[in-house]
Ligand binder design. Structure first.
Ligand code: GLA
Length: 347
């Protein structure tokens, strides 16, 4: 199948966007902190043609064609993301009368690799080309987040959409989510980023994510700061009642780890960078309590198999583990993990 077979005409624009893993800076982006994600070389591609008054889309992966008028509320399917980006563009004053989309993706869904951000950003870039919209890549990311938060109804930060729009494969995007200042930094030489997916279903992820956001907001309020980004001294968190002290300790220490990680990248120091990733995981597990026993075991197994460092990636409560592995040890790493976890998908 292709665009022509589904819609009887040729597409007039196309764009793609990658998924991501986050190397450092987990659960910091909704407290105006620092993040350091990197795109994975798996893309969602969107082809587009104009339409009037509706959004129509075919998903090659799902084998589904769906259409709804522009004013429709979200219904919990993939079309929501596409209606969402058209809605966000129109709400921001751009003239977009509707669209037809053909979507194909090599990104596994539900592994925590931000397939939704990749779809939103690819669709926005296809619409930008189709309707010649004067939008920068950063504006694309902000519109994608607006679609996800205000239309689809998922309270996410800005990390996923920024890296899907501005990231470069082989580089980490150092982003300050307060100022939006960003820089693409090369990953350490002679390393590989491995994504370890056990196919773990997320458990209560949305409820857990929103609860952590509330806890972080409450901790910031009690500490008298606009966001936990503003807490430079880790000792300050000890005055908070449990569990807010642990939640704030994670966010404050995680911001420091991103800054140290950036220095390690500038030195090309894979060992130091990996150590920070592992510290991040332990903090996510013990203090932020968003890990699962299976993810903890996978991190330990990755370290035992020779990784410089490993951590869960994304919101947690399921999803994948990311590991930084020495290039020359990759074959042995893969073999050891595949022997131990027969259901493991290594990306
Ligand atoms: C999800 C959100 C991001 C970020 C991470 C946790 O992926 O979409 O904005 O908050 O969780 O770091």
């Amino acid at each position: 199948m292709g665009f022509k077979e589904v819609f009887g005409l040729l597409p007039e624009a196309s764009a793609q966007a990658p998924g991501r893993v986050n190397l450092l800076g987990e659960h910091t982006d909704y407290q105006e902190g620092y993040v350091l994600p990197t795109p994975v070389p798996y893309f969602t591609q969107v082809e587009a043609a104009p339409a009037q008054g509706q959004v129509e889309a075919y998903s090659e992966n799902l084998g589904e064609l769906r259409a709804r008028p522009l004013q429709s509320p979200p219904q919990g399917d993939f079309l929501d993301y596409l209606l969402g980006v058209v809605w966000a563009l129109r709400a921001s004053g751009h003239e977009v009368p509707g669209a037809r989309f053909y979507v194909r993706s090599r990104l596994p869904m539900g592994a925590g690799l931000s397939s939704s951000a990749a779809l939103e950003v690819a669709a926005l870039k296809a619409l930008r080309a189709l309707y010649r919209l004067p939008l920068s890549d950063q504006e694309v990311a902000l519109l994608a987040q607006k679609a996800e938060v205000e239309y689809v109804g998922v309270r996410c930060g800005l990390m996923d959409q920024m890296v899907a729009s501005l990231g470069e494969v082989g580089k980490a995007l150092f982003l300050d989510t307060r100022t939006l200042a960003h820089e693409n930094l090369p990953l350490p030489p002679r390393t590989r980023v491995a994504v370890l997916d056990l196919g773990l279903k997320r458990r209560l992820a949305e409820a857990g994510y929103n609860e952590r956001r509330r806890e972080a907001e409450e901790a910031a309020r009690r500490l008298g700061v606009r966001a936990l980004r503003d807490v430079a001294d880790l000792c300050l968190v000890e005055s908070l009642p449990s569990p807010l002290d642990r939640r704030a300790r994670h966010v404050v220490s995680e911001n420091l780890r991103v800054l140290k990680g950036v220095e390690a990248l500038r030195r090309g120091d894979a060992r130091a960078f990996g150590e920070l990733m592992t510290q991040s995981h332990r903090s996510l597990s013990r203090d932020y309590e968003v890990s699962l026993p299976e993810l903890d075991a996978l991190v330990e197994a990755a370290l035992a198999a020779g990784a410089y460092g490993a951590k869960l990636t994304g919101a947690g409560f399921g999803g994948a583990v990311v590991a930084l592995v020495p290039e020359e040890g990759y074959a042995a790493f893969k073999e050891a993990l595949e022997a131990r976890f027969p259901q493991l998908q290594l990306l």
